[in-house]
Write a protein that binds this ligand. Structure first.
Ligand code: PLP
Length: 474
C-alpha cells in the first residue's frame, strides 16, 4: 500500500504510545526517561517534517526502525564530546589538541587523587592546615635552583599574578620586540593592562638597548620584565639586552626582574639532540628574581603556570587574593608531581615523558613506520586517491623554537588532476570522521599525515576500514 503524506502522517502513533513500545522501554531502563523521551520526540518531529515535504511512504509505520533511530539519537547524545584523536599535524605540542600527552603513571596518580581523599591542604606531620603548592614546590626548587615556587592554572595566570602583585598601578618597561601574541588571545600588552599595570614600551621592534630601559625607569617603575619571544624569531639587524644586564639594572634601582620564559624546560634539551631552549635555572642564574613558565609545553606535564624565584616575592604572590582564583586543583598537582619526579633521572626522561619521546624520535624510525603503514593506507583509499611517503619537518609547537624544525616523515594522500586542491579538504574531512579522528594538515593539494606522534599504530590501522571517501569518484 502506498500512503499519501496526510494518510501516512495519520498512521504515526502518538508519542505516548511510542514510549510504551518494548524497545523504547528498554532504552529508558538503560539511559533514563528524560534522554529517551527527548530522542523520541525529536525523531517524531523529523518524521513529520519529512512527510510534510510531500514524500510518499511505503507501508505502515515501522516501529523497529523508529526504535533503532531513537537508540542512535541517544548514543549520539551521550557520546563524549572530548575524545582522543591522532595528532598527525606535525606540531608535537599542539595547543588545540591538548599540548603534551602525559604518561600513564601520571594518569594513575590523577585517578588516585580524584577517587580518594588526599592531603591536598593538610600537613600530615602537624595535623594542621597545609599549603597545596608544597606538593610540587620541593621538586620545582630542586630542579631550578630557586628558593621558592608557586603554581597557578596556566602561564598566562602566572604572568598576570606576578604583575598584579608586584606592579599594580605602577609601570613596567618591556621591549617593543617582546610584546608577543601567543595563539588564543594571549597578548602581553592585554595581560599587562588587565593586571592593572602600565606597560612602558621601550626600544624598537628589532633593536632594544640597555640605555632604552634605563631611560624608561622612573619613580613609578615597579619591575623590569623580559619576555622570551618563543613563537617567532627576529632576524637580521637586531639587538636585545641580556638577562644579566637587565638584572643588574633592576638591582641598581631596587626593583624585581621578571622573566616570562613561556616553555621553560627543566633540562638542557641539547642533551637530547634538540636545539637549546632557555631553562628557569639559567634565567635565575642570570639574575632573574622571578621566572614564569608553562607546565604543559616542553615540561611535558599538565596545564599549569609555574613561578620560581625569590622566596619573599613568591610569598607576596601567594598572599595576593587572586591566587585563590587562579589556584590549581588536586588533579593538576598529582599529575605535575608525577611528571616532575621523572626529572630526578634525566637519563630515563625520554622513556618517562611521551612528549620528549615524540620530539626525539629519529626520522629513520618514522620513515620505517611510514613504509610499514603505506600498504594499509593505500588499501583503505580503494583506488579513489593515492598515498605516498614524503619527507617533512615537524614543529615542537606551543610557541617553542619556531625556527627549529625536526626532520620527519609523512604519508600524503591526494588525487591527481584538476580537482586535486579542492579534494584535499574532502580527504582531510574523511580522516577526521574516523572513530578516532585523524588530524593532519592540507598542504600543496595533499592531505599530509606527519607520523612523528603516531603512537597507537594498531588502532590507526584497524580503523582505516571505516574510511569513507564519499564525494570522490573512482
Ligand atoms: C605559551 C606562553 C605563554 C602562555 O602560557 P599558557 O600556559 O598557554 O598560559 C606566555 N608567555 C610565553 C612567552 C609563552 O610562550
Amino acid at each position: 500500500m502506498l500512503n499519501t503524506a496526510p494518510a501516512a502522517r495519520r498512521a504515526i502513533p502518538s508519542l505516548d504510545k511510542l514510549l510504551r513500545l518494548e524497545g523504547i522501554q528498554s532504552l529508558i531502563a538503560r539511559h533514563g526517561r528524560a534522554l529517551v523521551t527527548a530522542a523520541a520526540r525529536g525523531e517524531l518531529a523529523a518524521l513529520r517534517a519529512t512527510l510534510s515535504h510531500g514524500s510518499a511512504v511505503q507501508g505502515a509505520f515501522d516501529e523497529a526502525a523508529f526504535v533503532a533511530r531513537c537508540a542512535e539519537r541517544v548514543e549520539r547524545e551521550i557520546a563524549p564530546s572530548l575524545r582522543p584523536v591522532f595528532n598527525l599535524t606535525g606540531t608535537v605540542l599542539h595547543t588545540n589538541l591538548g599540548r603534551a600527552p602525559m604518561p600513564e603513571y601520571a594518569a594513575r596518580a590523577v585517578a588516585r587523587a580524584m577517587t580518594r581523599p588526599v592531603n591536598l591542604e593538610f600537613d600530615l606531620g602537624g595535623g594542621e592546615r597545609g599549603e597545596r603548592d608544597r606538593h610540587v614546590e620541593r621538586w620545582l626548587t630542586r630542579l631550578s635552583g630557586a628558593e621558592a615556587a608557586l603554581i597557578v592554572n596556566n602561564n598566562a595566570a602566572a604572568v598576570y599574578l606576578a604583575l598584579n602583585t608586584l606592579a599594580l598601578k605602577k609601570e613596567v618597561p618591556v621591549s617593543r620586540g617582546e610584546l608577543i601574541e601567543i595563539g588564543g588571545a594571549f597578548r602581553m600588552p592585554d595581560i599587562m593592562a588587565r593586571s592593572g599595570v602600565k606597560l612602558v614600551e621601550v626600544g624598537t621592534t628589532n633593536r632594544t638597548h640597555l640605555k632604552d630601559y634605563a631611560a624608561a625607569i622612573g619613580p613609578r617603575t615597579a619591575a623590569l620584565m623580559k619576555v622570551h619571544t618563543s613563537n617567532y624569531a627576529i632576524e637580521g639587524f637586531t639587538a636585545s639586552v641580556a638577562e644579566r644586564d637587565l638584572a643588574a639594572l633592576a638591582r641598581k634601582h631596587r626593583i624585581p626582574f621578571i622573566v616570562d620564559l613561556g616553555s621553560g624546560i627543566l633540562v638542557d634539551l641539547e642533551e637530547y639532540g634538540l636545539p637549546h631552549e632557555p631553562t628557569p635555572r639559567e634565567a635565575l642564574a642570570s639574575g632573574a628574581d622571578l621566572v614564569t613558565f608553562s607546565g604543559d609545553k616542553l615540561l611535558g606535564g599538565p596545564q599549569a603556570g609555574l613561578v620560581v624565584g625569590r622566596a619573599d616575592l613568591v610569598e607576596r604572590l601567594r598572599r595576593n587574593p587572586m591566587k585563590r582564583a587562579l589556584r590549581v586543583d588536586k588533579m593538576t598537582l598529582a599529575a605535575l608531581e608525577a611528571v616532575l619526579t621523572a626529572y630526578a633521572d634525566p637519563g630515563r626522561l625520554r622513556a618517562a615523558l611521551p612528549a620528549l619521546a615524540a620530539l626525539t624520535r629519529p626520522a629513520d624510525e618514522i620513515r620505517e613506520q611510514a613504509g610499514r603503514l603505506l600498504p594499509a593506507v593505500t588499501a583503505a583509499l580503494r583506488g579513489k586517491a593515492e598515498a605516498e611517503i614524503l619527507a617533512c619537518r615537524s614543529q615542537i609547537g606551543s610557541g617553542s623554537l619556531p625556527t627549529d624544525l625536526i626532520p620527519s616523515a609523512a604519508i600524503a594522500v591526494s588525487v591527481s588532476g584538476k580537482r586535486r586542491g579542492a579534494l584535499a579538504a574532502t580527504i582531510a574531512s574523511a580522516f577526521r570522521a574516523l572513530p578516532v579522528p585523524v588530524i593532519g594538515r592540507v598542504k600543496d593539494g595533499a592531505f599530509v599525515m606527519d607520523l612523528r606522534c603516531l603512537d597507537h599504530e594498531q588502532e590507526f590501522v584497524e580503523q582505516l576500514k571505516h574510511l569513507d571517501l564519499k564525494g570522490i569518484e573512482e
